[in-house]
Design a protein around this ligand. Structure first.
Ligand code: FES
Length: 338
């Protein structure tokens, strides 16, 4: 952690005033606190000032907040310099990237993410990129350790990042594209990557736990309705071969030709996802290498996540692996497959 001081006078604006809308919001917020405890509104009001002022709080803004809350300025400075959520100097207009460097994120590759920041933004943290659009810093745990490594940009977090995903994320922000916050791999929130791995059987309905007589009666009454779930179950239990045969689009195989390839060598494919790909009929790099745009769309839908295949460039990775294994991969990507 670096020492947190107010920015140099050369960048400090002479004054700060809330817009009418923000002023009304700040007054409403202050009113939520009891009369003698209104100084507690200092954090939300400072945060609003930061949002209004291009992502950082100037000394003038701190002093204005101090006046509104009748607080000595030094107390507002203390708060703003203590919490890393407050930026004390100008930050990138498009993104100020806060990279979590605490143990779980560090063990999962946050140093590689910082290396990307150094290369693409600026060698030193808290330094604006040449175009003024980006800046970065290392921060302590941001509370999303389960999806480490992660970063925060303004109010949003982006999780489960690899250096490649981080590069792409910065490129897309530079182009003004929208990125969905949260995990950047195929998981929902902090659920397991690639789908559930436990607690994934159906919940037994309460009526099935009632005494045998009651169950028999209920079963008799509900006979027609039961037909539908039975059909659903039979679809689920259909042999893999039949499921594979029904799929259209890219070439699929009911089973591998000889030994299946280790699809986990493709960056972005984990053990669970490999199993899913196998179930869908994909066993070999050569199959994935042949996917067209249309095929990618189809598989994207089947895997229930959009853009992942393109984002991680599975097809190019598969082409290299199909052509010459690890050696070809290193030649193309300059690093070992994971
Ligand atoms: S350690 Fe990075 S979010 Fe907690």
């Amino acid at each position: 952690m670096s020492v947190r001081r107010l920015a140099d006078d050369s960048v400090q604006p002479k004054s700060f005033a809330f817009t009418a809308k923000n002023l009304s919001w700040a007054k409403q917020t202050i009113k939520k606190y009891p009369k003698d405890k209104q100084v507690s509104a200092v954090i939300p009001v400072l945060w609003r000032a930061q949002e209004q002022h291009d992502g950082w709080v100037s000394r003038a803004a701190m002093e204005e907040v101090g006046r509104m809350l009748d607080m000595p300025f030094i107390r507002v400075y203390e708060i703003a310099t203590f919490y890393t959520m407050f930026q004390l100097a100008p930050v990138g207009k498009k993104a100020h990237v806060q990279v979590c460097g605490t143990t779980p994120c560090m063990l999962r590759g946050s140093e590689d993410l910082m290396a990307v920041c150094k290369r693409k933004i600026a060698e030193q943290p808290h330094t604006l990129s040449e175009d003024g659009n980006f800046s970065w810093e290392e921060v302590e745990c941001l509370g999303a350790c389960v999806n480490a490594p992660m970063i925060q940009i303004f109010s949003d977090t982006y999780e489960d990042l690899s250096p490649e995903a981080m590069e792409e994320l910065l490129d897309r922000i530079a182009k003004g594209q929208k990125i969905r916050p949260g995990p950047q791999v195929d998981r929902v929130m902090s659920a397991p990557e690639g789908g559930l791995t436990s607690l994934n059987s159906e919940v037994v309905p309460a009526k099935k736990t009632t005494p045998r007589k009651a169950v028999a009666k209920a079963t008799k009454k509900a006979a027609p309705a039961k037909a539908a779930p039975a059909k659903k179950a039979s679809v689920k239990a259909a042999p893999a071969k039949a499921a594979v045969a029904k799929k259209s689009g890219p070439e699929r195989l009911a089973k591998p030709k000889g030994k299946a390839d280790d699809l986990k060598l493709i960056s972005g494919v984990g053990p669970k996802l490999e199993q899913t790909l196998n179930k869908l009929g994909f066993w070999h790099f050569a199959q994935i290498a042949k996917w067209t745009k249309k095929d990618i769309g189809i598989v994207d839908d089947e895997l229930s996540f959009k853009g992942r295949i393109d984002r991680d460039d599975w097809v190019r990775q598969a082409k290299a692996l199909a052509k010459g294994g690890e050696a070809e991969y290193i030649k193309v990507f300059g690093k070992k497959p994971r």
